[in-house]
Design a protein around this ligand. Structure first.
Ligand code: ATR
Length: 284
């Protein structure tokens, strides 16, 4: 018998997005499954731009146990879930769906992914640090609460459209959970003279190779400049490097968010170092 029939008995998972051809999630999850001796199949599924809900329902009917959700469907996944974890609720977006008898649970592992990458892989504890978060779109919203939960001394959000950064700060203030942390919104220009220990680029500028008009003074000595994009040197990374920052891309976040999703589904936490190295080797 061929593998396809053998696979019919295995638990099935998928990543759903559009586009999806270049997703590294199947490779990552298959490596996790092999390393933890979990029998499962993980596929790539292209959903039509106007057909996310139908695609997910079809996968559920076929017996899939869960899916990862990527661009541009994280908000639709949030709406589709009939139960949300606290971190998905805080993020306002869902990147992991769990299918069970009661329905569809929506979770978000992106924030856990970036925090683990910075604190455990890059060995930079965020407690007491001064953090600059650049961007106020979905990617920034998704990591804001997990970053605050690390108790930085200060978190500044900056964005081309300042109003969006201000609304994010207002929401945090209204929730009142992080009253002891100074959370502010500034326009790019108003960052002049301020320095940060950790600067995170959560804008989509890496996709279009656009530069951000940031003052060079934002990097304190030994600062970490973290771009949530992976796969190539973005203008932000080049800028940070030229001003003496230690630079990281988002590959570690990608692998760590996947590891967290794997843990949510399987109850087993996979090792991530080898998988990260494998992907880095492939892209060299
Ligand atoms: P994502 O889900 O990737 O966060 P998004 O919600 O569309 O996508 O948000 C994109 C982010 O990148 C926003 O913060 C956006 O700034 P605006 O809110 O001003 O649009 C930012 N961004 C995109 N292109 C940019 C550019 N050329 N310069 C500065 N910021 C940019």
């Amino acid at each position: 018998m061929n593998n396809q029939n053998d696979n019919m008995d295995l638990d099935r998972y998928a990543v759903v997005g559009n586009p999806i051809a270049h997703s590294k999630s199947p490779m990552i999850h298959q490596a996790f499954a092999k390393n933890t001796r979990q029998d499962l199949v993980y596929e790539r599924v292209l959903a039509p731009l106007d057909g996310f809900v139908e695609t997910v329902q079809a996968l559920r009917i076929q017996g899939f146990k869960g899916v990862n959700v990527t661009v541009p469907f994280k908000l639709e996944a949030f709406q589709l879930a009939n139960q949300l974890t606290e971190r998905a609720h805080d993020a306002g977006a869902v990147n992991t769906l769990i299918f069970n008898d009661e329905g569809v649970i929506g979770d978000n592992t992106d924030g856990t992914g970036i925090v683990r990458d910075i604190e455990q892989n890059l060995c930079i504890p965020l407690a007491g640090k001064r953090i600059l978060l650049i961007g106020a779109g979905g990617a920034a919203e998704g990591v804001l609460h997990p970053l605050l939960a690390c108790s930085p001394a200060l978190l500044v959000i900056t964005n081309r459209t300042l109003d969006k950064a201000i609304s994010m700060v207002k929401k945090v203030e209204e929730q009142g959970e992080y009253r002891y942390i100074s959370v502010n919104a500034y326009a790019f220009d108003d960052l002049r003279g301020q320095a940060f220990d950790v600067v995170i680029n959560a804008t989509s500028t890496g996709l279009t190779d656009s530069s951000l008009p940031l003052p060079a003074t934002i990097f304190s000595p030994q600062a970490l400049a973290y771009d949530m994009m992976y796969g190539r040197e973005t203008p932000f990374m080049a800028f940070a490097r030229s001003h003496g920052a230690n630079v990281a891309d988002g590959l570690g976040m990608l692998v760590e968010q996947a590891a967290e999703a794997f843990y949510v589904w399987r109850g087993v936490r996979p090792e991530t170092q080898d998988v990260m190295q494998q992907i880095r080797n492939l892209s060299q």
